[in-house]
Design a protein around this ligand. Structure first.
Ligand code: 16G
Ligand code: ZN
Length: 563
């Protein structure tokens, strides 16, 4: 077959298959902070086209990529699609404009033109000529998921030589993890994922120091699965876990409730109330909650005073707990002593947050001597920054986050651990190295993962000998208030300095500054949402009334400038 003939073939195949997936009338799709999202029934054309983008990404990188069908914490009738790069992280941002243009191509002819133009620009050769693309597909439990998966498969099949591997119903982090593992030449099945988590969890539990207060740390945790895929998976995994008593509620079983409706991490963190299925019987229990695709985790406790009210332990406090633990292990590892080898393993430990992190958490982390960096909102920004460190810990207040270990650092750590195993097996130094290695296996290295995050929190609490109260008492959150402002065009606001300063429209930042100046410990900023057609206003101050008033007055300014 000549390459000219193959290109012609490819052209016809794309034209024909895309004609079955017309763009829905009057809709425009944007890639947003975390992929395309809309009502599920309107998404077949978008998912079909995302399938094409995934194939091109795989051809470009020569590795497997992932395509996940989910709308995370959105209502059940919504759905969405996002692409994972070969290392398991979010698709590189510089492909987003192409993904968006393709999703909005008005007809098959323009779609084909876009594909051919882009592949030429990127030096990707189409037509099968020996190169094979591989796409790992996953979906959550949404009712539109199955049909959308079929659309993705059709999109993938419309490029010659591409193969789709249906990995089944998964959490988002499971799919990202599988893509990462596959490209490292490791096994990428769910059973290996469960095995890795349960074994590293056991290893950490076995090394919980004896004689701490661990006996009084309750090993029971009650988990709200948001009626999504995470609850189901946790039910399976818990059978392999020793030393922890996990009770799953809202696990998505038939008749238990509706996905994300009055349940889940987004609901609990934003509304600051207990999810459905939790009540007075749970007062004092350590409770955790996932979002619908299990990439967010927050903890809470039902306050005894008011059964609807909760003490929220958000992503900032999970981050603080992890940071203290990792810092402690690094300190032990590098302590001079008789038992350890004396060469210090220099480690750059970095903490990454967004401006939405409660100011009290940032102050706390800095007081611990930790280096804290802020990025704009969205996992893709935090992840990239954390990956620059030897060990990078990132979290958004809403519960997205993980701990990243660089490959280079892990191999040094492994070497140090092997040395210690020879010279001082069982020493405190050796245990610290083993713990850090186990953490790197337990906590998802591809993306924030509620299931692995939950297991790490549980074992760290045991290690510290901390009750839920001890954890809550790490620091007191400053009162804060979030508001939404509806505007004609949210893109009229542009920001800088990790979204803490407004650039456009001019004059708005000065107006915000003059409001902030009126409040003790006042902090306030505005930014366009990456997922909704609104402007978000965040305010913090020393009292709740002051935070409310600051948010309100700044909202008025936004309205005035953009209204
Ligand atoms: C998406 C992002 C999340 C971010 C949120 C902000 C991912 C996987 N998810 O859910 O990180 O916090 O958007 O939404 O990146 P907003 O711009 O509407 O506040
Ligand atoms: Zn999610």
């Amino acid at each position: 077959m000549t390459s000219e003939f193959m290109a012609k073939d490819q052209h016809l195949l794309l034209l024909e298959s895309s004609s079955h997936f017309p763009l829905p009338h009057g809709m425009t799709f944007s890639y947003g902070t975390a992929g395309f999202r809309a009502v599920g029934s309107k998404l077949p054309s978008t998912v079909f086209r995302a399938g094409i983008v995934a194939v091109l990404r795989s051809l470009k990188t020569g590795s497997a990529v992932g395509l996940m069908i989910t709308a995370s914490h959105n209502p059940i009738l919504d759905n969405g699609v996002k692409i994972a790069d070969p290392d398991g992280s979010m698709m590189t941002q510089h492909w987003e404009p192409f993904a968006e243009a393709l999703a909005n191509a008005p007809n098959p002819q323009s779609l084909v033109e876009l594909v051919f133009h882009f592949t030429k620009e990127e030096g990707i050769s189409l037509g099968g000529g020996g190169t094979c693309a591989e796409i790992l597909l996953g979906r959550d439990t949404r009712p539109t998921g199955e049909a959308l998966l079929e659309a993705a498969k059709q999109g993938i099949k419309s490029i010659v030589g591409a193969a789709a591997l249906d990995m089944g119903i998964l959490t988002t982090p499971q799919l990202h993890w599988m893509v990462m593992n596959k490209n490292k030449g490791m096994k990428a099945s769910e059973s290996v994922y469960f095995m890795q988590l349960s074994e590293s969890f056991r290893c950490l539990m076995d090394m919980v120091p004896k004689g701490t207060r661990k006996d009084c740390v309750d090993s029971r945790v009650v988990v709200d699965g948001a009626n999504g895929v995470g609850g189901e998976k946790l039910e399976q995994l818990k059978k392999l876990l020793i030393g922890i008593d996990i009770q799953v509620r809202n696990s998505g079983k038939q008749g238990e409730g509706v996905l994300n409706e009055g349940v889940g991490a987004d609901f609990v963190q934003k509304e600051k109330v207990a999810p459905s299925g939790f009540g007075t019987k749970d007062v004092g229990e350590r409770c955790a909650t996932f979002d619908g695709d299990a990439d967010r985790l927050v903890y809470f406790r039902i306050s005894s005073s008011n059964c609807n009210g909760i003490d929220l332990v958000d992503g900032d406090k999970i981050l603080s707990l992890f940071a203290l633990f990792i810092k402690e292990q690094l300190h032990i590892l590098n302590k001079q002593g008789d038992e350890g080898t004396n060469n210090v393993l220099v480690t750059r430990l970095g903490i990454v947050q967004t401006a939405y992190a409660n100011g009290a958490s940032t102050d706390f982390l800095k007081q611990q001597g930790l280096e804290v960096v802020l990025t704009p909102t969205g996992v893709k920004y935090l992840h990239k920054k954390a990956a620059e460190c030897d060990v990078g810990i990132y979290f958004e207040a809403n519960g997205h986050g993980t701990i990243l270990f660089s490959e280079e650092y892990l191999s040094k750590l492994q070497k140090k651990c092997d040395d210690l195993a020879c010279h001082s097996p069982g020493s405190e130094h050796h245990k610290a190295a083993l713990r850090l290695l186990a953490v790197s296996k337990l906590i998802n290295q591809a993306v924030g993962d509620a299931i692995s995050g939950l297991l790490l929190v549980e074992v760290v609490l045991q290690h510290m000998g901390w009750s839920m109260q001890d954890w809550i008492d790490l620091y007191n959150d400053l009162p804060s208030r979030q508001l939404k402002v509806k505007v004609a065009d949210r893109t009229a606001i542009t920001t800088t300095h990790a979204e803490t300063q407004v650039l456009e429209p001019s004059g708005l930042q000065e107006a915000i500054d003059s409001e902030i100046a009126k409040y003790h410990k006042g902090r306030c900023f505005v930014r366009p949402s990456g997922t909704e057609d609104i402007i978000r206003v965040y305010a913090e101050a020393s009292s709740q009334e002051a935070a409310n008033a600051l948010a309100k007055s700044v909202s008025r300014h936004v309205d005035h400038f953009l209204g």
